[in-house]
Design a protein around this ligand. Structure first.
Ligand code: BGC
Length: 744
């Protein structure tokens, strides 16, 4: 409601009048179903993209809407066209069933926030919830009801371009973020005019495709599926997600859109998911290309039987389902269940009682300060400080001249990332602009692109080096273009595209101190830069407030708090590389013939969870109590954390678990908790975690959770690669509750 305050008064009045519009409540889905023809039922399961995404419907499309043969549209960007279509559906179709409008809002609709991977780097679920909330308000004000987000694909292969859209490599962090996204989009009441139905995607294991290639086949054990890829979806479903989207690839041989084990056994039965399942774009049609459907009819039948409710864009449900139902090849009861779920979603969204939507959104131009404020906060918190030799950051107030160099330093389009909604380039504050606006008045800010982001010319190197030599400090803004991540944007090389690394080397050779700002949709493998450039920031794609956020960090107006949500490899050859791997019989350090490489350390360039602050933190005195717990009890663990550096700062304290001896090999570490702790210089605080015995369970070969008695190791530290350890024991029986004196 507070957000209404930023609407202009006439728009507010209109908004309130429309919101008060009280029409009769919707007919119940059951009752509606009883009045529907088979074609009308199938129509509810048909999702189309309008032929003109930014325009009106064709005569043919309008006819289909009037006949009730379309249930939803996606990615339509013409509010007046949408309003007209809604009017046709409600006033001119036989049953007046409203249309659903869906849109991909991955990291903002009008206000473009950092990409989801950067939001994951905040390790700040409440912030993500706010981002989702603001995006929901913007989307809903533009007549959208349903967003195809959050993207929850855990990914351990940074070659995959879609790693940019997701939560990173870890199921625990991903699950915390998943709930936050869903709560933020949906709130408590989908009918409220600032909420959207969420659609966690892509169910499931899309991030595990072979070779990091998009859409590639996935082959994985039941244990990995359930322990690594499923948890964020479980969290999203528990948070009340209204829908789920299927993933493109085949998983263990069967494409998800035709996979009853995944859609019915796991999603519907195990997770008890009651909402709508939508296929991904043309995934029903692609069952033919996968080679599991003989013809179009077969594809529609397989998808329907497997559990797809809504067919996004293939047209095969529309073309084939009525015939399949009439011929008894798809039971009408199955069709009814799917339709009922779609109608129930429409009812929950209040579509029957809301005004003919959408109105022209009143907030479009310029972006409100509150939206920019949130975008700035998110962008600052998503930046990860990877290196800060000699503490050259934050920049000293004595710096009199800064050479800002690099093809992405003054680039608007790429800052918006791979899913920029209806964001506008002109809203972006570039790094150059941010530095200019935040630099002290007496500081000269010089600029040269040096080279382009991907072409082979080095013609600009000499000029850039001259500029660098004339400055006190060099800020090199290099990285990928936005089109290099996201869908169908896998890379086989994780270096800087084009001649950018050579540019950075030329800048370092000038002898001036260099700060590298790495802009990308994925972790980049840049060992030379990590060793030779004194300060390095992972800045991802940060959205409209990119430049202000980077400048705030550079000048110390804000302290870096971001932590890696994904491991950064030294080289592509290390992939897959992730912290939570299982041990081998010959782990590194155990002798001569060990698991690793003869030409590269097996360790990453930067581990999961890593990120520096402008101060230092010391961990000491880990305590774990009680030493023995029984089922249903919790172990309390704590450390003393001290800020031993010169400035105030925040540390993200991470709790990892290891089960060193179990009936199956277990990961060498599993994140089980994290907390951000802010400390003044010299301040010390005990940071406490409580770990319930349920968190010790793992998936057995039968797919069921099991808790095995034995010793466990806890580690509390600043990343997956370091920290203090202590152990405790789980007994296979209920133990008396320990006295409070036993807890640290
Ligand atoms: C993507 C989905 C997206 C859909 C609709 C597909 O190609 O895989 O993530 O929601 O398009 O835009």
């Amino acid at each position: 409601m507070i957000r209404l305050a930023i609407l202009a008064p006439p728009a507010l009045l209109l908004f309130l009048l429309l919101a008060m519009d009280s029409r009769p409540s919707p007919p119940s889905p059951r009752e509606l179903l009883s009045r529907m023809t088979i074609e009308e039922k199938v129509g509810q399961l048909v999702q189309e993209a309008p032929a003109q995404a930014a325009g009106r419907l064709s005569t043919e499309e309008k006819r289909r809407v009037r006949e009730g043969r379309v249930g939803s549209f996606l990615n339509w960007q013409d509010p007046m066209g949408m309003a007209e279509a809604q009017r046709l559906a409600r006033k001119e179709s036989r049953l007046g069933i409203p249309l659903l409008f869906a849109f991909d809002i991955l990291h903002g609709f009008r206000t473009i926030f950092p990409i989801p991977l950067a939001l994951a780097a905040t390790w700040n679920p409440p912030l993500v919830e706010e981002v989702a909330g603001l995006s929901a308000w913007e989307g809903r004000s533009a007549g959208i009801h349903w967003t195809f987000a959050p993207m929850l694909d855990v990914c351990r292969d940074p070659r995959w371009g879609r790693i940019a859209e997701g939560p990173g490599e870890d199921p625990f962090l991903a699950s915390e973020l998943a709930s936050a996204w869903v709560r933020g989009f949906q709130g408590d009441d989908l009918a409220s005019r600032d909420r959207l139905a969420a659609c966690p995607k892509h169910f499931v294991a899309y991030g595990a495709g072979e070779g990091g290639r998009d859409y590639a086949a996935v082959d994985l054990s039941l244990g990995k599926l359930l322990e690594v890829y499923l948890p964020p979806f479980t969290a999203a479903v528990h948070a009340g997600a209204a829908s789920v989207m299927t993933a493109f690839p085949s998983v263990n041989g069967l494409p998800v859109a035709a996979n009853p084990f995944l859609l019915r056994t796991l999603l519907r039965q195990k997770l008890d998911f009651r909402g709508v399942v939508v296929s991904d774009w043309n995934a029903v049609g692609e069952l033919l290309v996968h080679g599991v459907a003989a013809d179009a009819e077969d594809a529609a039948r397989l998808a329907m039987k497997a559990g797809v409710d809504v067919d996004m864009a293939s047209g095969l449900f529309a073309a084939k389902l009525p015939g399949l139902v009439r011929a008894g090849k798809v039971p009408e009861a199955l069709l009814d269940q799917a339709v009922e779920r779609v109608l129930a979603l429409k009812a929950k969204l209040g579509l029957w009682s809301s005004p003919a939507e959408p109105q022209v959104p009143p907030w479009v131009d310029p972006l409100p300060a509150t939206s920019r404020g949130l975008a700035l906060r998110a962008a600052r918190e998503g930046i990860v400080l990877l290196r800060n030799q000699r503490e050259i950051l934050p920049l000293s107030p004595r710096v009199r001249s800064i050479a800002v160099i690099g093809p992405l330093a003054d680039d608007r389009r790429n800052a918006l990332g791979p899913w920029p909604g209806i964001g506008r380039e002109e809203d972006v504050v570039t790094v150059l602009e941010g530095i200019r606006s935040r630099a002290p008045a007496a500081t000269r800010v010089l600029f040269a692109p040096g080279c382009s982001a991907d072409d082979p010319s080095t013609a600009g190197f000499a000029g850039a080096a001259r500029l660098a030599e004339s400055a006190d400090i060099v800020v090199a803004v290099v990285g990928e273009q936005a089109r290099m991540s996201g869908e169908a944007a896998s890379r086989a090389d994780l270096g800087l595209p084009g001649r950018q690394e050579e540019l950075v080397r030329a800048l370092v050779e000038t002898g001036r101190p260099v700060v590298a700002i790495l802009s990308s949709g994925r972790p980049l493998a840049l060992p030379w830069i990590a060793e030779h450039v004194p300060a390095v920031l992972a800045a991802w794609f940060l959205g409209v407030e990119s430049g202000n956020a980077v400048a705030d960090i550079l000048f110390g107006l804000s302290s870096p708090v971001g932590r890696l949500p994904v491991t950064i490899p030294r080289a592509v050859g290390q992939i897959p590389i992730y912290y939570g791997h299982t041990n081998t019989g010959r782990p590194p350090g155990s002798g001569r013939d060990v698991s690793g490489y003869i030409d590269l350390p097996e360790t990453p360039l930067f581990p999961f969870g890593y990120g520096l602050a402008y101060t230092r933190f010391a961990y000491r005195d880990i305590q774990v109590a009680p030493a023995v717990i029984g089922h249903g009890q919790s172990v309390e663990a704590s450390v003393l954390l001290a800020n031993t550096g010169p400035r105030a700062g925040a540390e993200t304290v991470q709790l990892y678990l290891r089960d060193p001896a179990a009936s199956l090999t277990r990961p060498i570490a599993e994140l089980k908790g994290f907390q951000r702790v802010f400390l003044e210089p010299g301040e010390e605080r005990r940071v406490r975690f409580s770990l319930p015995s349920e968190a010790l369970a793992f998936v057995g070969p039968d797919g069921e959770l099991r808790k095995e008695a034995g010793d466990f190791e806890l580690r509390i530290g600043p990343s997956a690669a370091s920290g203090l350890s202590a152990s405790f024991r789980l007994e296979n029986q209920r133990l008396p509750t320990p006295s409070p004196r036993g807890t640290p």
